[in-house]
Design a binder for this molecule. Structure first.
Ligand code: ZN
Ligand code: ZN
Ligand code: ZN
Ligand code: ZN
Length: 297
């Protein structure tokens, strides 16, 4: 039946034609190997009906054949969540074997990953995939935004109102009229754009063993392998004293808290900070931090 056939305007006929086409498509897909549609329907079978996570061996099933992941099995008191029958201890070896033969694209395909992985390797790859989105590097709130670097840069600018600077050197001033009043994690974030990359300068005060501590460190908006190509220095001083920190920016893959708690940055104790501010009698905190970022050869 050609499309110029006047009969084809009849809705019933059009439906029939579409059915035929679908069958033909299905047939073509069965012939091509590996078939994407077969793989994805098996993949759906491998989704635990309870927690909806992908199932890994041992995959369990009830005597009626309902499947369940091992994590959920230990939580359902030996009752199949689907049919309420006793669960017993039946493993679904067939499904485990089918899973082993499956190859699937990385879930970060939309972010640019072209990798295809065996089912049991996919999860491990995805946890390390360089295309996996980054978490928002903003600290101090539980922001759940994720994305690639350009997306996060505009998110920091638009939603967190973060100061953005072009250039590889900076001057940062931190002033507090009463340095005793340091709530946990009083912090600032500035983003620097240089060498075609973005860097987050974190500056914060936090309470440690009853006394405030000030810390500043740099994070690279990208992966650790690239972060290693850069170095930075931070200098804080005044009143005839100064300390200099030189370090390697940490990737934003490492959380802000992880970097802070590892002391991988400039750390200034309160008494020292008061000296820098103009002597031991000063009650006002005035920290002047200068720094620069450079690319290692
Ligand atoms: Zn489950
Ligand atoms: Zn069942
Ligand atoms: Zn990937
Ligand atoms: Zn955010």
């Amino acid at each position: 039946m050609s499309s110029s056939d006047p009969e084809s305007s009849d809705p019933q006929n059009i439906e029939d034609m579409m059915d035929i086409n679908e069958d033909a498509d299905d047939y073509a897909q069965h012939l091509s190997k590996p078939s994407v549609s077969v793989a994805s329907s098996v993949y759906e079978l491998l989704e635990c009906p309870v927690c909806l996570n992908a199932m890994y061996p041992p995959i369990h099933q009830c005597s009626n054949g309902h499947t369940l992941c091992s994590g959920c099995k230990s939580r359902v008191f030996n009752k199949c969540p689907t049919c309420r029958h006793e669960l017993g201890n039946i493993r679904c070896l067939a499904l485990e074997k089918v899973a082993a033969s499956l190859e699937l694209p990385c879930k970060y395909q939309n972010f640019g990953c072209n990798g295809i992985y065996p089912y049991y390797c996919k999860l491990k790859h995805e946890s390390l995939c360089v295309y996996r989105p980054y978490n928002c590097p903003y600290a101090g709130s539980d922001c759940t935004v994720v994305g690639d670097i350009p997306h996060l840069v505009s998110h920091l600018k638009d939603d967190h109102k973060v100061d953005m600077h072009n250039g590889s050197s900076f001057n940062h001033r931190y002033v507090r009229s009463n340095p005793d009043e340091v709530e946990n994690a009083t912090w600032m974030l500035t983003v620097f754009s240089c060498f075609g990359q973005y860097f987050c300068l974190h500056f914060e005060a936090f309470q440690m063993a009853m006394a405030p501590v000030y810390t500043a460190f740099l994070r690279f908006m990208g992966d650790e392998s690239e972060a290693k190509n850069y170095s930075y220095s931070l200098e804080v001083g005044g009143n005839g004293r100064k300390i200099i920190w030189q370090g390697v920016p940490r990737s934003i893959r490492d959380s802000h808290k992880k970097v802070r708690d590892s002391y991988d940055g400039l750390v200034v104790h309160r008494n020292m900070a008061l000296f820098f501010s103009g002597g031991g009698d000063s009650r006002e905190l005035k920290l002047k931090v200068t720094g620069k970022i450079w690319k290692e050869q």
